[in-house]
Design a protein around this ligand. Structure first.
Ligand SMILES: Nc1nc2c(c(=O)[nH]1)N[C@H]1C(S)=C(S)[C@@H](COP(=O)(O)OP(=O)(O)OC[C@H]3O[C@@H](n4cnc5c(=O)[nH]c(N)nc54)[C@H](O)[C@@H]3O)O[C@H]1N2
Ligand SMILES: Nc1nc2c(c(=O)[nH]1)N[C@H]1C(S)=C(S)[C@@H](COP(=O)(O)OP(=O)(O)OC[C@H]3O[C@@H](n4cnc5c(=O)[nH]c(N)nc54)[C@H](O)[C@@H]3O)O[C@H]1N2
Ligand code: SF4
Ligand SMILES: [Mo]
Length: 733
């Protein structure tokens, strides 16, 4: 024996006493892993495991999925509805009937006094699609407010907007299987190993087999960047400049795919003209990537047989978010990399069901990617739901980021938050706090009563969580997967779908409509409405979805009737010539002039403030903050700072500091690391009263998504005992 043991100790897994495993889909990120939850003889969930024959995750789960059975009974769950007259009163427990009567009365009162749109709804990317569809029917068909949006405005709005501008429709064209065929991958503002660990594993496995180059564009040296062949530490907010410069080299050297461009696109001349302004020498000065690197990357990308771009929040959360997505689509179109194996422009989605809300919630339109602006769409849905189409607005109302300012100016008086926690997740939270205090009626519907926003709620409605109910999610690669009910809802909480239905009954308008409680019946409505649409799911059923461990759309009734097996991973969009969603079938090449409109570091605020996520936590920590095996890795709000910058300020490792912006301040622990450059700090956004006290959140003009990743801050030393106390107080858990 040279090293280690010559006989391996057999690994024994702790016997958790599992009596039965039930199938589900993970409720955190949009990778869409198939998961099984084990319950013991008392029906208590005690274990989680990956599903071996599921194509997405092939038996694996990440750090969050593996402890997910603990979310059901972790502390802070909402037990019963709560009511109060004024936000300074104590909440009183109430029955569901009393709470929903009060809610309906308040909605009607506000709408009668101030108009239909004075009551707003902001939902999420984290409830089941059947719930989304039903909330859409209630919001558009019964309550009839046009100010109805989701937290996806903080997340995927730029991707949606960019896809629509380039291709004529939303819908990520690629799939994970593209990793098995690509010859070059550029990842933009995405930290895949931490935020989508199982997609990363799919990528890594493919790359180890075929050794194609990975290029990571990110101002931080993330784990993804550490694993890259080339890391491009871009100047924050300037990705569009780099994209234009890459296109400059491609066109200058004749590396574009002329046949593809001629057959599939419009706008080439205008694009080529704009791109001429971005020669690598000039562009390098703005985006911080040297000209040789720009040329090398452009050649690698354009000469590859098949090349793909993936991106996440580093692109979407920017004042150029929508333009950044269009820029990536431009690159893909110029090189003929759409709809072919390994050649794609794939937005990596955020929340578990951010896709489901885009397809079915009616947030930005009507179900099945229908538009409020389209008369035929309004008529179809009106007829199907039993609503006069004239009741629907003729264009989309406010986005989430416009709803809050409208509360500030008194235009909106009532707000219903479903599965989102803006007190932690919106930029400039001091302003959000004042905004919420102005509401005549604030309703919070969440699985956890200790979610910070409850402090501003007149009415709190406890929602059943995840697998306490049944329904479907859609993942990043358009795969619809199923959540089976594993246990009864906690205490007196109720599934979101049931809450929506019981509220609908309290409105006269719903009398001509149906609001089925059975999730199979709701799915059937979606199935029928999807026929012939881009996101066609008419060949699917709940059972077929479970059997195949998720099915990618489109899968049509005709395909099912012809005996065609459901797509298992290799399903792509725009595979046929000129099959884009514009009337002429062509995608648009769109010129992207760049104007630098970010808050940038200056003498007073000399550091870039970057923000994002950690592998162990999910968003505002209502779940992972209470799961010991997740929380233990980073229980304290902290900031990454470069050791040289810290030395200059006299800051020692693991001491508390005060970070200050033009909006406010936050106390965090300094963690010295070369992961960030000298002029940047990075703060995870998982903690309450932390980074979003500092962020500016300028909005993208198309998507209305905030630039969470570009603000300017200064750093001060603080009294350590005082700071430790403050830091503790900002964490309820
Ligand atoms: N563990 C965990 N996983 C999650 C989540 C979670 O909370 N926890 N949330 C899910 C959700 S909803 C989402 S949206 C995704 C987000 O997934 P990601 O987008 O991968 O995560 P972030 O950390 O927000 O940001 C990614 C990177 O963008 C970089 N960045 C900042 N500014 C720029 C820039 O100007 N240009 C470029 N190119 N990059 C920049 C940051 O340095 C950061 O490393 O993760 C999902 N998965
Ligand atoms: N500074 C900064 N801020 C950011 C970001 C960033 O990168 N930097 N990222 C942004 C992004 S991409 C996102 S997606 C947002 C996320 O921001 P939020 O949407 O505010 O984040 P969550 O904490 O996931 O909120 C979801 C809520 O839903 C509840 N919930 C869970 N399951 C259910 C259910 O079945 N029913 C109901 N009714 N409730 C449920 C949870 O308890 C939780 O309170 O944050 C954004 N904010
Ligand atoms: S990668 Fe995402 S979907 Fe898969 S187990 Fe982890 S959090 Fe869940
Ligand atoms: Mo997100």
């Amino acid at each position: 024996m040279l090293f280690g043991r010559n006989i391996k100790n057999p690994i024994t897994l702790a016997d958790k006493g599992v009596e039965k495993w039930s199938y589900s889909t993970c409720n955190y990120c949009s990778t869409g892993c198939s998961i099984e939850i084990g319950v013991n003889k008392d029906g208590k969930p005690v274990a989680s495991r990956g599903v071996a024959n599921a194509d997405v995750n092939r038996g694996k789960l990440c750090l969050k999925g593996i402890f997910e059975h603990e979310v059901f009974e972790s502390f802070g769950r909402g037990k019963t509805p709560l009511l109060r007259e004024h936000i300074h009163d104590e909440h009183q427990e109430a029955s569901w009937d009393t709470a929903l009567d009060k809610m309906a009365t308040e909605i009607k009162r506000i709408q009668a006094a101030y108009g239909r749109d004075a009551f707003a709804i902001v939902s999420t990317g984290q409830i089941l699609t059947e719930g989304f569809y039903t909330l859409g029917k209630l919001a558009r068909g019964v309550i009839g407010t046009n100010n109805y949006d989701g937290n996806t405005t903080l997340c995927m709005a730029s991707a949606v907007s960019g896809y629509k501008r380039s291709f004529g429709s939303d819908g990520p064209p690629g799939c994970y299987e593209d990793f098995d065929h690509t010859d070059c991958l550029i990842a933009w503002g995405s930290n895949l190993p931490e935020q989508h660990p199982i997609i990363y594993w799919r990528f890594k496995e493919a790359q180890e087999k075929r050794r194609f180059p990975l290029i990571v564009v990110d101002p931080r040296v993330t784990i993804f960047a550490q694993n890259a062949d080339m890391h491009l530490p871009i100047t924050p907010g300037t990705d569009v400049v780099l994209m234009n410069a890459l296109m400059y080299v491609i066109l200058n050297e004749g590396l574009e795919d002329k046949d593809y461009i001629a057959a599939n696109t419009t706008g080439f001349e205008e694009l080529a003209k704009e791109v001429r302004n971005y020669d690598p020498t000039s562009a390098a000065k703005i985006c911080g990537i040297d000209e040789d690197t720009i040329r090398t990357v452009a050649r690698l990308y354009a000469k590859a047989n098949a090349a793909m771009n993936i991106w996440t929040m580093g692109i979407n959360q920017s004042t150029h978010g929508s333009d950044g997505v269009v820029g990536l689509n431009n690159l893909s179109l110029l090189t003929g990399n759409i709809g072919k194996p390994g050649g794609t422009s794939l937005s990596i989605t955020g929340q578990c069901n951010a896709m489901g809300t885009r397809e079915w919630s009616s947030c930005s339109g009507l179900p099945g990617y229908r538009l409020l602006e389209n008369q035929q769409d309004r008529e179809e849905i009106g007829k199907f739901w039993g609503v006069d189409p004239e009741f629907f607005p003729k264009k989309r109302g406010m986005a989430q980021t416009d709803i809050f300012p409208a509360i500030e100016t008194g235009k909106i008086k009532g707000l219903w938050l479903v599965g989102t926690n803006p007190m932690t997740s919106m930029p400039n939270t001091a302003r959000i706090r004042k905004t919420l205090e102005k509401l005549e009626c604030c309703i919070v519907q969440d699985s956890y009563v200790d979610v910070e926003t409850t402090q501003y709620a007149h009415i709190f409605l406890p929602a059943a969580i995840w697998a306490e109910k049944e329904g479907v999610f859609t993942n990043t690669e358009r795969r619809v997967n199923i959540i089976r009910k594993i246990k009864e809802p906690f205490a007196d909480s109720k599934p979101d779908l049931i809450i929506f239905n019981r509220l609908a009954e309290r409105f006269e308008q719903s009398k001509t409509m149906t609001f089925p409680d059975n999730f199979d019946e709701v799915f059937e409505e979606m199935r029928v409405l999807s026929k012939g649409r881009f996101c066609d799911i008419s060949g699917m059923s709940h059972d077929l979805i479970e059997k195949h461990r998720g099915i990618q759309w489109p899968y049509t009734e005709e395909q099912a009737a012809n005996g065609e097996a459901p797509p298992q991973g290799g399903n792509r969009l725009y595979t046929e010539a000129a099959s884009f969603r514009y009337a002429d079938g062509r995608a648009k090449l769109i010129p992207l002039p760049f104007i630098n409109n970010n808050e940038v570091p200056d003498e007073q605020y000399p550091f870039w403030l970057n923000s994002g996520r950690l592998v162990e936590h999910f968003h505002s920590r209502t779940r992972t903050g209470k799961i010991a095996n997740n929380n233990k890795f980073s229980p304290v709000p902290f900031m990454e700072i470069n050791p040289d910058a810290a030395a200059g300020l006299g800051i020692r490792h693991q001491t508390y500091v005060r970070v200050i912006s033009r909006r406010g301040d936050a106390i965090v622990m300094a963690m010295l690391t070369h992961r960030v450059p000298r002029n940047m700090v990075f703060i995870p956004f998982h903690f309450f009263d932390c980074v979003n006290r500092l962020t500016l959140g300028l909005l993208d003009p198309y998507s209305r998504q905030p630039a969470f990743k570009q603000s300017a801050v200064n750093i001060e030393q603080v009294d350590q005992d005082f700071a430790a106390q403050l830091s503790k107080e900002s964490r309820a858990y």
